[in-house]
Design a protein around this ligand. Structure first.
Ligand code: ATP
Length: 323
């Protein structure tokens, strides 16, 4: 391979920049002569918004959140003829392979693109949600968990001072990975995830008992955003009906930003370097990921057809640590 391109797609995540840096530097240092950065994900690809990268163009980005290549959602890329046009744009520039950093939707686009056009593609899991099958970890998840924890620690100060219950909604799309880890690590009284049912009555009983014995009734309930946008409000309503007076805090986009944690910088750097090695070793139509601490290749077909389930034992820990 003499010429490759990189794009970031879907929701941005902290660690995409160190991944771009690692891919670029590892490519040059492995003898690839040309590295291109595609702006705004698949949208930039179909609009020929592509720039040449140098080893120095990725200087000083390892610590920066977001993505210097920008990211976007591009619905047109779901059309096969648009993917053929995109392949022509790469061929016309002499670009022989593509690295895609993004979530499961981006991996779907990557798989279809290589299957239909024959242009080799290697994916890197870049999403705060950690919901990508085949990899135990994704670039940005650790930072998002830490950002949420920092915010919740502050909220707990107010919850305790005012003896109040707070419902804190965290991101995670349709999965409860962020909520579970955040819930355990912040000492939440309860964690609500889309994967499992929840029962508020028991929590209300405990809170009522605590209040009766003069211990106050402060607490944190972590709620995963899930598929249902009104869920947090409905839980608040149910709690009010049971005599509580909860406050809602939706953490929102602060979870997607910020400087990547040491863990995410390491993950992104190792996955980026490995992705280049896999390409040069002849691999295609794969995503690089982590399995039990080792870097592995996962066929993109598997990534996009399987679902990653939340570890029940881990989730159960959220209920084992109550007072
Ligand atoms: P996140 O998990 O952070 O939301 P994502 O990669 O899952 O990231 P999506 O919006 O689902 O985010 O997908 C990103 C882009 O990938 C889409 O805008 C589109 O360009 C492409 N894509 C998604 N699904 C498909 C598909 N079925 N076919 C082709 N391209 C797709």
């Amino acid at each position: 391979f003499d010429s490759v391109a990189i794009l970031t797609s879907g929701g941005d995540s902290p660690g995409m920049n160190p991944a771009i840096r690692a891919l670029t530097r590892a490519a040059f240092n492995s003898g690839i002569s040309h590295v291109y950065g595609i702006n705004r994900g698949y949208s930039g690809l179909i609009n020929n918004d592509i720039q040449k990268m140098t080893s120095r163009s990725v200087t000083n980005i390892v610590q920066r959140g977001g993505t210097v290549l920008k990211s976007a959602r591009c619905l047109e890329f779901k059309e096969p003829n648009v993917r053929q046009d995109a392949a022509k744009i790469l061929r016309d520039r002499g670009i022989e392979a593509l690295f895609v950093i993004g979530g499961d939707g981006s991996m779907t686009g990557a798989h279809l693109f290589t299957e239909e056009t024959g242009i080799p593609v290697i994916g890197l899991p870049g999403t705060i949600d950690n919901d990508i099958p085949g990899s135990d970890d994704t670039i940005g998840f650790d930072t998002a968990v830490n950002t949420a924890l920092e915010a919740i620690d502050k909220i707990r100060d107010t919850a305790q001072s005012h003896e109040r219950l707070f419902l804190v909604e965290v991101m995670g799309r349709n999965s409860g990975f962020i909520a579970t880890q955040v819930g355990i690590a912040c000492g939440a009284e309860m964690v609500v995830v889309p994967e499992y049912d929840f029962d508020l009555r028991e929590l209300c009983l405990t809170l009522a008992q605590r209040r009766a014995t003069g211990q106050g009734s402060s607490g944190i309930i972590v709620v995963a955003e899930g598929k249902d946008p009104g869920l947090t409000n409905r839980i608040a309503y149910q709690l009010e009906e049971q005599g509580q007076n909860p406050r809602i805090c939706i953490l929102g986009h602060i979870q997607r930003g910020g400087s990547p944690s040491g863990h995410d910088r390491m993950l992104a750097s190792c996955l980026g370097a490995s992705a280049v090695s896999y390409l040069l070793a002849g691999y295609n139509d794969i995503m690089v990921g982590v399995n039990q601490g080792s870097i592995v290749d996962i066929p993109l077909r598997r990534v996009i057809t399987e679902t990653k389930s939340l570890n029940r034992h881990l989730f159960d820990i959220t209920t084992l640590l109550h007072k």
